[in-house]
Structures are given as C-alpha cells and as structure tokens.
Design a protein around this ligand. Structure first.
Ligand code: COA
Length: 148
C-alpha cells in the first residue's frame, strides 16, 4: 500500500473525486488550492483532497474509496496518513459532509466529533440536482472535527 501526493493533472482521478463529491463544478472550487493524495496497491484505490482553511484548520474536502474496496480500512488509513503528515502544522482536522448515515458513522469511527457548526441548505443551494447518499437526501453541510 502506497500513498502519494498528486501535484499535476489532478483531474485524471476525476472518477474517484466524483464519488466523494458528485458535481464537477463543486470539485473545481477546491481542487487547485487543495493538496491531493492517492492510495494505491496495484491500482488506485482511494483519493483525498485537503485544504488550508486558515487559523490552523485543515479541511478534508473530498475522500473517496473505490466501491469494490470500501469497508476494508482504506479510508481510515488515508485519514491516519493526513493526521501524521499535518500534525504540528495544523491544530484541527475538519471534515464537511452531508448528514448521511454512510459518512457520519465513518468519520466518527475515525475519531471525529460533530462540531455543531453546519451550513444550512448547502446541498440545495449549490448543487444542480438533489443529492442522495445512504438513502437520504442531503440538505445541510455538517462539520466534524478532531484535534491533531
Ligand atoms: C465513506 C468512505 C470514504 C469510507 O471509506 P472506507 O474505506 O469504506 O472505510 P473504512 O473501511 O476505512 O472504515 C473505517 C471505520 O468506519 C466504519 N464505517 C465505514 N463506513 C461505514 C458506514 N457506512 N456505516 C458505519 N460504519 C462505517 C468501518 O466499519 C470502520 O470501523 P472500524 O474502525 O471499527 O473497523 C467510503 O465509503 C466512500 O468512499 N464512500 C463514497 C464517497 C463518500 O461518501 N465520501 C465521503 C464524503 S467526502
């Protein structure tokens, strides 16, 4: 298993990025300024994009594991790698996500706690189509965080 930073041509992994964030125009808002990592074994399995949000906060903007490789620990390994890489440079790791039963429990298992902060109607206001995940329609962006 290898984790590598991708600096050039980040869109070559668009299929994976679209798993974590289904609208390309939303990915374009953070991809250039974000730092992107891929996890691979023989093939590429997962992707993660993080951004510097200022005031010591690092944010996970996109995290996606190939469907045939989910629930095997790869997502958690990428988060551990991000924590190890950025510890000492940022005090908080934050993740924004829809209030979905398939992502919130994952982040909680990785040690994140709900911050209490959310952006109301984020998915209604910013996406062209209704966004569904884990069988529910996403409405608000909710934030989870942990100290690193
Ligand atoms: C969410 C996602 C990144 C999780 O990655 P993953 O590799 O499947 O998760 P892991 O195998 O590392 O799971 C880590 C822990 O979370 C738990 N977990 C993962 N998904 C879960 C779910 N849907 N419900 C409950 N627990 C879950 C695992 O059981 C594991 O628990 P453990 O540490 O006690 O063994 C992955 O499912 C994914 O890419 N989904 C589609 C894209 C997406 O929704 N991205 C997040 C928004 S940016």
């Amino acid at each position: 298993m290898e984790i590598t930073e991708i600096v050039d041509n980040k869109k070559q992994y668009l299929n994976l990025l679209l798993l974590g964030d289904e609208q390309e125009s939303m990915i374009d808002r953070y991809l250039d300024r974000g730092r992107m990592y891929i996890l691979s074994e023989k093939d590429v399995i997962a992707v993660c994009v993080v951004t510097d949000e200022g005031n010591g906060i690092l944010e996970i903007k996109n995290l996606a594991v190939r469907p045939d490789s989910q629930r095997k620990g790869y997502g958690k390994q990428l988060i551990e790698y991000i924590k190890d890489t950025y510890r000492g440079h940022f005090h908080t790791l934050r993740a924004g996500t829809g209030d979905s039963p398939s992502t919130i429990p994952f982040y909680e298992k990785c040690g994140f706690k709900r911050s209490g902060y959310s952006i109301k109607n984020f998915f209604l206001d910013n996406y062209y189509h209704p966004v569904y995940d884990g069988g529910v329609q996403l409405v608000d962006m909710v934030y989870l965080e942990m100290k690193i």
